[in-house]
Design a binder for this molecule. Structure first.
Ligand code: BGC
Length: 418
């Protein structure tokens, strides 16, 4: 990877991301309940959904096994976080994005679990000791069962419970936190959980999805105001999944559709939250080639999940968002499912090139957090997709540093002049 130090600011955040339910293990929230109810049917549908993937033969035993769809002990990060943070440090990272699990902190409405709070306090203090900046996410797709039974984010009047939780945990974690992400990918959550019905609560209603999306926008704005009122050191954002749409030909329909899709993807949410954001938190995985009013990707490179891989297009996402919203940007997720680690190094190289070009174009890019630090539970796909810089053996919980991760670490070491 030909990277020049001078192009990255000296205080650039280099690291990775995780989310509580996907790595901690032994959580009890609305997802845990849903997984247990749906594991058998997800396993039965696996062949239908995944049989066309190039790696079907490699994944089929796992994908057809109901255990794959139950997070269970996941990557056991709740118990092994010290080891994982030390590994992140050994890879020269200086930032880690993680989420706190609301259902541990407030297992019953209004009652706080002091042990869970102490755990996250120790977690943050371990990060600080290793010179790693915590980037805290408050909502990454999971909520306590009691909150979900009350209607979750579909009911605007429930927002106050989330804001109360946010205030509690920020007050408890004290002065070590600066970066806070209120909500992860509001559209993905609204769409998967309330329109497609792939995720709990499994609703299939466009109207419900739009209600949830609007409520999450309002939750972000209220939570951000509350956080800013606690202390001026906080830098708050919402993690936005930003895809890149481009016309595949110069037909007016393709050009107009790509523009409309880009607007729907980014701007519907961003223009409603940007006043309550100190920076843009960008999750980038996809770009889409648009012909007419449909997307049809080149699929020159595909990930284990069959996703078209176009890491270099990150440059255009960064440049567009920076031009339009004039805020600093931190990439809060970016990566690929690649169990054999054959493509991740290429993905990183392309991504770093895209970041360099964007910086040269004047984008105020402040950090890069790879998804993910370690292999994790990939929601309704379960455990077969492998996004980790660290490979996890789910039987022994042994961690192995993937080759691409070592290379990432070497590049960061050089850039940070360690
Ligand atoms: C989510 C992660 C997920 C990743 C890969 C993002 O949309 O925030 O939770 O694991 O994509 O699918």
């Amino acid at each position: 990877m030909a990277i020049r130090q001078s192009e990255f600011p000296h205080d650039f955040l280099w690291g990775a991301s995780t989310s509580a339910h996907q790595v901690e293990g032994n959580t009890h929230n609305q997802w845990t309940v849903w997984e247990l109810e749906h594991a058998k049917s997800l396993a039965a549908q696996a062949e239908y959904h995944y049989k066309d993937l190039d790696n079907w033969d490699d994944i089929k035993a796992q994908a057809k096994n109901p255990d794959n769809y139950v997070s269970g002990s996941a990557s056991d990060h709740y118990a092994r976080y010290k080891e994982d943070i030390e590994l992140a440090h050994s890879l020269h990272m200086n930032a880690l994005r993680f989420s706190v699990e609301w259902s541990r902190i407030e297992p019953n409405m209004g009652s706080w679990d002091s042990q869970a709070i102490a755990h996250y306090r120790e977690y943050v203090s371990k990060l600080k000791k290793q010179g790693i900046e915590p980037v805290l996410t408050l909502f990454h797709f999971t909520v306590p069962v009691w909150f979900s039974e009350m209607g979750g984010f579909e009911k605007r009047s429930n927002s106050k419970y989330f804001i109360r939780f946010a205030e509690k945990i920020l007050t408890e974690l004290g002065g070590d936190i600066r970066y806070v992400i209120t909500i992860n990918e509001p559209e993905v959550y609204a769409f998967e959980s309330y329109h497609l019905g792939h995720w709990p609560p499994g609703a299939q209603s466009k109207r419900a999805a739009l209600t949830v999306l609007r409520n999450l926008i309002s939750v972000h704005n209220q939570t951000a105001k509350m956080i800013h009122s606690l202390h001026s050191r906080y830098k708050v954002s919402i993690a936005k999944n930003s895809n890149y749409f481009y016309p595949g030909d110069d037909a007016v329909l393709s050009v107009k559709s790509a523009q409309a899709m880009q607007y729907g993807q980014d701007d519907y949410v961003l223009k409603r939250v940007v006043k309550q954001c100190d920076f843009l938190a960008v999750n980038y995985y996809f770009s889409h080639r648009v012909y007419g009013y449909r997307t049809h990707n080149p699929n020159e490179h595909v990930s284990d999940m069959g996703w078209d891989m176009a890491p270099a297009d990150l440059e255009f996402v960064l440049e567009r968002l920076s031009r339009k919203y004039k805020l600093p940007i931190i990439i809060t997720e970016n990566g690929c499912a690649d169990s054999s680690d054959a493509k991740r190094q290429w993905w990183l190289k392309e991504t770093f090139g895209a970041m360099q070009r964007a910086l040269k174009q004047g984008v105020e890019l402040q950090g890069y957090l790879h998804w993910s630090l370690l292999d994790n539970f990939e929601w309704d796909k379960g455990k077969w997709p492998r996004f980790g810089l660290l490979a996890v053996d789910y039987t022994t919980q042994e961690r192995t540093v993937r080759r691409s991760a070592r290379r990432y670490g070497e590049v960061v070491k050089k850039i940070r002049r360690i």
